[in-house]
Design a protein around this ligand. Structure first.
Ligand code: B1M
Length: 210
């Protein structure tokens, strides 16, 4: 698909307005918000990630790609949230301490909202006290954590161990996600489940809350 390929290039080049326009055109052609999200934006960012890893793209460029992606996501967010799904429960979610990656977390938040969950998004770089505070305030059924760095993912264990110490670990479903994680890691840190992507987060949340 020509426009989708163009959007991958535009995301690569960090062209915010072009991405916004592309999203609107695809929606106008009758694409579902989910297809626009996954096939143009998420796939585009995957390509950016490969060249970032290989040292072809650098932080300032990737930051522009991320901002372009966020602009596209902002158009899709209300559409994804407006599915009229029945109310499912509450989730507190945040990226862990030391980590400022938030696109994946934002996507999970959007999809969870679309599935009928109320989402309290703590943003990035959250120490354990932030999670504790939000849990006390909102009493969510689900606590979600995101980490994109191998250096920050161990912090998930700090949060879960603290919940255990406080005697509240089993009051919540703990879901974890992020590119460097896997099922074995989730089990090792004592989470209830690893979520490969935003759709898996929704499925898992639905299954475990039932
Ligand atoms: Co960063 N970065 N980055 N980065 N960055 C990665 C993660 C990296 C893999 C790139 C690479 O080298 N290949 C690498 C990590 C290496 C490692 O630890 N093994 C890396 C690095 C090294 C860094 C810096 C250290 C670079 C530097 O400064 N030298 C630095 C660290 C900053 C920090 O956090 N302290 C850094 C900075 C940045 C930017 C600021 C430039 C930017 C972030 C902008 C932003 O988020 N606002 C950035 C980006 C964009 C990336 C890549 C290219 C893309 C991440 C992304 O948004 N993906 C990334 C490469 C990659 O991941 N392959 C990379 C799209 C998103 C939709 O996918 O986040 O995986 P993802 O989320 C998915 C699933 O993982 C899952 O669902 C999501 C949706 O399907 N999921 C969850 C995620 N969280 C979940 C939580 C859940 C459930 C599911 O809870 C229930």
């Amino acid at each position: 698909h020509e426009l989708v390929e163009q959007m991958h290039d535009d995301l690569y080049d960090g062209l915010k307005e072009e991405i916004e326009e592309g999203v609107r055109i695809l929606l106008g052609r009758g694409w579902t918000p989910y297809d626009v999200l996954t096939r143009s934006l998420v796939e585009g960012m995957r390509i950016v990630g490969v060249d970032f890893r290989d040292g072809i793209l650098f932080v300032p460029e990737v930051l522009m790609s991320a901002n372009a992606m966020k602009a596209g996501m902002a158009i899709l967010r209300p559409l994804l949230a407006a599915t009229g799904a029945p109310r499912m429960g509450k989730m507190v979610i945040g990226t862990v301490k030391g980590d400022i990656h938030d696109i994946g977390k934002n996507l999970v938040s959007m999809m969870m909202e679309g599935a009928g969950f109320e989402v309290i998004d703590l943003g990035v770089n959250n120490g354990v006290e932030k999670y504790l505070e939000a849990i006390a305030t909102h009493q969510p059924e689900i606590v979600g954590m995101s980490a994109l760095l191998t250096t920050t993912m161990p912090y998930m264990k700090v949060v879960i161990d603290t919940l255990k110490e406080k005697g509240i670990r089993n009051d919540h479903i703990v879901l974890v996600g992020g590119a460097p994680l896997n099922e074995a890691f989730a089990e090792a840190v004592g989470a209830d489940a690893y979520c490969r992507d935003a759709a898996a987060a929704v499925e898992t949340a639905r299954a475990l809350i039932a």
